[in-house]
Design a protein around this ligand. Structure first.
Ligand code: OGA
Ligand code: MN
Length: 198
């Protein structure tokens, strides 16, 4: 379901009924530009993304090709966006009783040709990821021909393609939908994360 603006009640309704939502204008163009500038300033600290976490982490070029930088949730430069994410978490807990108590977030940069093959975010039984959020930080001139769509495989056999437009947030239940990132033709930026239950 498509939601306009950082409308928490509408996001909760969409998540409860469909399990996913595309939220256009979750951040303003100014806020997106601010985050894109922060990401660009830190670009040298990004590292190639791997599959799985901590031990057993491997870089697998045929599964995904993107660079990531984990963020510190207390980073003062990111306070404005952390506050927005905290608001969403509060609503998820209040309305859907999800008991989420942490958010792990990373910047992601897909270089030209970057992609992420079809996968599920919750890979293992003990994985505590509950809700996924992907916030796109691309410039306003991003075109459909630039690729980089997020393709979500719904449980009724349909699929939806989300354009990674700056300011759009995609959110879905981490254990429910397989999804993939179609190859991007130019650098594709996002802030991606998972609300977890410890
Ligand atoms: C991920 C992912 C989707 C996107 O990082 O797990 O699926 O649109 N990202 O960037
Ligand atoms: Mn994913």
């Amino acid at each position: 379901m498509i939601v306009n603006g950082p409308d928490f009640p509408a996001m909760i309704d969409a998540l409860a009924s469909d399990g996913w939502a595309e939220v256009r204008g979750f951040l303003s163009a100014d806020e997106v530009a601010q985050l894109a500038a922060i990401s660009a300033r830190r670009r040298n600290d990004f590292h190639r993304a791997g599959i799985g976490r901590a031990t057993g982490q491997t870089v697998s070029d045929d599964i995904r090709r993107d660079d990531v930088l984990w963020v510190d949730n207390l980073d003062p430069e990111l306070a404005f966006v952390m506050q927005r994410f905290a608001g969403y978490q509060q609503q998820l807990n209040r309305e859907l009783y999800l008991g989420l108590n942490e958010l792990e977030l990373h910047f992601a940069a897909y270089p030209p040709g970057g992609f992420y093959q079809r996968h599920l975010d919750q890979h293992r039984q003990q994985d505590t990821r509950v809700v996924t959020v992907v916030l796109y930080l691309n410039p306003p001139d991003w075109q459909e021909s630039d690729g980089g769509q997020l393709r979500i495989y719904l449980d009724d056999g349909r699929q939806v393609d989300v354009q990674p437009a700056g300011g759009t947030l995609v959110t879905f239940l981490s254990n429910r939908f397989e999804h993939e990132v179609i190859p991007a033709q130019r650098e594709r930026l996002s802030l991606t994360g998972w609300y977890r239950r410890r």
